[in-house]
Write a protein that binds this ligand. Structure first.
Ligand SMILES: C[C@](O)(C(=O)O)[C@H](CC(=O)O)C(=O)O
Length: 295
């Protein structure tokens, strides 16, 4: 099974499918162990966590691929990747798809903002024309060496041009071959329902914290017909708050004794890494080496 077909399978098994942002390989392994069926690599997350940059279209395809490879090597979960605006024109978008497939991604989403993009939940976004967005999707679809690789069209048009244009764009993207639709910065369940009714392909809801979209539950979204629920930076935000708390505490108190109870222990860390299996192999190697040692 290809990563793409695993994503389609997960979509059949879990409805709606929770897709959880896993910012790095280790977090991806924890997500797998606790039962998620699909994971996500956030574009904002790559910029913020791997480069200390804001989510403004500054990172490159290779920057993202590096994190994709790390995560796909560490888990067998299908990985959906944020490809921002596709990293260039039609030829670049084709290359993006081919390289993402090579790196083990199950799918990507490409959006209709201009390349000097902003976070989808910030004001003053600018989008390209409908025909330019359709060309982006066509370029991505043409490059799909694996037919099950998911090309998801994200539209940021709702906040810029309103619901009707956003829905028409989404439909035009589906006609151009998009497998799924990601309407960005949706405000109500009724808006989700309108997308679901119009597009005829799976629709993703981006339930990112501190944004424009209320924190709708999986149940509410499922009832609105949503097939994928995304939590792009949920774990990252929690990890950051925990790191900050421990950094400040250690600085002011001169010890971590008061927070150690809230930490993942060494044994828990090792458990998720299958450390003990590695250690046993290492022990055997040493034993064999000792046996082979000339007397
Ligand atoms: C999905 C997103 O593009 C991301 O980079 O993960 C962001 C998430 C966020 O900033 O909360 C977005 O929605 O624009």
């Amino acid at each position: 099974m290809t990563p793409g077909s695993r994503l389609w399978e997960a979509l059949q098994t879990e409805q709606p499918l929770q897709v959880v942002g896993a910012i790095n390989a280790y977090t991806a392994m924890m997500a797998e162990r606790v039962g998620y069926r699909a994971i996500y690599l956030s574009g904002g997350g790559v910029a913020n966590a791997s480069f200390g940059l804001p989510d403004l279209g500054i990172t490159t395809l290779n920057d993202v691929l590096e994190d994709v490879r790390r995560m796909t090597n560490a888990t067998s979960l299908p990985l959906l990747v944020d490809a921002d605006t596709g990293f260039g024109g039609a030829f670049n978008i084709g290359r993006t798809v081919r390289m993402m497939i090579q790196a083990g991604a199950a799918g990507i989403h490409i959006e209709d903002q201009v390349s000097a993009k902003r976070c989808g939940h910030r004001p003053n976004k600018t989008i390209v024309s409908r025909s330019e967005m359709v060309d982006r999707i066509k370029a991505a679809v043409d490059a799909k060496a694996d037919p099950d690789f998911v090309v998801m069209a994200r539209t940021d048009a709702l906040a810029v041009e309103g619901l009707d244009e956003a829905i028409e764009r989404a439909c035009a993207c589906v006609e151009a071959g998009a497998d799924m639709i990601f309407p960005e910065a949706v405000l109500t369940l009724e808006q989700y329902e309108a997308f679901v009714k119009a597009v005829g392909v799976p629709v993703l809801a981006n339930i990112t914290e501190f944004g424009q979209t209320p924190l709708f539950t999986v149940k509410e979204l499922g009832e609105a017909g949503i097939r994928l629920v995304l939590y792009p930076l949920t774990a990252f935000r929690a990890m950051n708050a925990a790191a900050l708390k421990v950094f400040k505490g250690l600085r002011s108190e001169g010890t971590q004794k008061n927070v150690v109870a809230h930490m993942q222990t060494r044994m828990e860390l090792y458990d998720y890494l299958n450390y003990h299996e590695y250690e046993q192999k290492l022990d055997r190697l040493f034993e064999q080496a000792a046996e082979n040692e000339p007397m």
